[in-house]
Write a protein that binds this ligand. Structure first.
Ligand code: ADP
Length: 266
């Protein structure tokens, strides 16, 4: 079954046509990475899938059911969004924030059960924030806060997790740790991962398939080796690129080329 099916979807916000005639399918259990230049519509696509935009949601199916047919609560039980930035008006602790992931699964006015507390503890362990459990969210570094928000999403036990540049604020060790965790959720629990990333190297390492957006349109979708083709990237990003496969392990290495090295590349 497909986790997401989008057919002929367009989104206009104000006077801007942000997404045009987008059609694609994401399989259940797939690690799907959305790439593209600034302003190409990546965040809008995630917001659309999370039902945060009223425009354009016709033509979207999530696990075989029209997105519009889900209630907010039903959607929150299967889908978690990790946005780029989270604003909280109230100084919640890390533990409280992570526990919020359980709320779609709780009855009205009911309190967390032992099982919910255990899930929160496990999610904090996975994301390496257990030692911060009693700290206030607004007093953490950007990278720590990001890991807490990812812990909250994991605690929600979604079938589909949408992440908007989840590793941008993280050091390399935490980047790999978080992405390995997402990969594990995918393998062990068949969770579908849709992640927006500017890091083309991480996209190549983790993505089963990549979607390259350009000006709100699908430029290409396919396996990393196909999408991350030098001339394609140069056309879409508008800069000189170097794309090489590591001779030892075959990893793709993608880098924009600074002016000072351009002669060596061409
Ligand atoms: P990306 O995530 O790829 O950087 P976005 O999806 O955030 O791109 O934005 C795509 C385009 O849509 C940008 O040109 C942005 O200015 C525009 N846009 C985003 N939100 C709105 C809005 N609420 N009203 C008008 N234009 C918007």
């Amino acid at each position: 079954m497909s986790a997401v099916r989008i057919q002929g979807v367009g989104v206009k916000l104000g006077d801007t046509q942000v997404l045009r005639d987008l059609s694609l399918t994401v399989a259940q259990g797939e690690f799907f990475v959305v790439i593209g230049p600034n302003g190409s519509g990546k965040t809008t696509l995630l917001r659309l899938l999370a039902s945060l935009l009223s425009a354009g949601s016709d033509g979207i199916e999530i696990f075989g059911r029209q997105l519009n047919d889900y209630s907010r609560r039903e959607l929150a039980r299967i889908l978690a969004l990790v946005p780029q930035q989270v604003h909280m008006d109230f100084p919640f602790s890390v533990r409280e924030t992570v526990l919020m992931g359980r709320s779609p699964h709780l009855g009205l006015m009911s309190f967390e059960r032992v099982a919910d507390l255990a899930l929160a503890a496990e999610a904090m362990e996975f994301t390496d924030v257990s030692h911060l459990a009693d700290r206030r969210l607004d007093q953490l570094s950007g990278g720590e806060r990001q890991r807490v928000i990812i812990a909250r999403a994991i605690c929600q036990q979604p079938r589909l997790i949408l992440l908007d540049e989840p590793t941008a604020a993280l050091d390399p060790a935490h980047q790999i740790k978080i992405l390995d965790l997402l990969e594990r959720l995918r393998q062990e629990q068949d969770v579908t991962v849709i992640m927006v990333s500017h890091d083309l190297n991480l996209a190549a390492l983790y993505g089963d398939r990549l979607l390259l957006l350009c000006d709100g349109q699908l430029d290409h979708v396919g396996p990393p080796i196909e999408v991350l083709e030098r001339t394609r990237l140069e056309r879409v990003y508008g800069c000189t690129m170097s794309v090489e496969a590591d001779p030892v392990n075959g990893f793709l290495r993608i880098s924009p080329v600074p002016a000072r090295y351009r002669e060596q590349i061409d």
